[in-house]
Design a protein around this ligand. Sequence first.
Ligand code: FE
Ligand code: FE
Ligand code: ZN
Length: 281
Amino acid sequence: MKTKNMKIGCHLSISKGYAHMGKEALKIDANTFQFFSRNPRGGQAKEINPADSEELLKIMKENDFAKILAHAPYTLNACSKDPSIRNFAKNVLADDLERMDTYFPGNLYNFHPGSHTGQGVEKGIEQIVEALNDVLKPDMKTTVLLETMSGKGSEIGRSFEEIAEIIGKTELKDNLGVCLDTCHIYSAGYDIINEPDEVLDEFDNIIGLKRLHAIHLNDSMTPFNSNKDRHEKIGYGTIGLKAIVDFINNKRIKFLPFYLETPNEVPGFAKEIKCLRKEFL
Ligand code: FE
Ligand code: FE
Ligand code: ZN
């Protein structure tokens, strides 16, 4: 039943084009989805066929879709100690944002802040800010999201403070926001099982809930505060179904779009969407 109008979708493969993802979302009762902006290994993005993008926009409009979320390649690292990797990150960000603005204006683009690879958190944050100041434009129509990370290795974005510092130091922050990943924050030591409201209070005090635009909804394979990044199917991990159901029904976030990134193929996502829609109040 879509009457309660939960905004939920999952990560879909872009290999058959944009409209195909829209149709696939419809088939599994999703009303949004996430996709990689380009090959996860980076490299040249495939040209967008305007007929394909227009067909997706039509599907989205006719079916009252929430914003779709383009995810930058995992290899993108705006704060690597290697200047050529940093430069590559800037080029990919600029190119992806240009494509989103052209073909899918008004939607969302998410990236991992990056790993400082030994340079230290402060240097890393400085370089992420530099990249953002380079690529964000005043008239941009895409909302750019920093993802909350689990803190594996030298990852930046493991705490709300680090994300807030990046946003605080970026010049054009009107179109800058956050995507909260439930697996990542639980792994980073935010106890969304026992203290979900305290976690959201903390987010609000440090970053501001008005910056929160999207939720990556995942269970976790690893224990609380483990700083690992291993997604699990909904209800089969250390977070568990009850905490996840409570979380999606929390008044402060229930109107946001939820994107599943659980280890599933499309039929598995369909099952999770069905289950979560049933639990959505
Ligand atoms: Fe991610
Ligand atoms: Fe995620
Ligand atoms: Zn992850």
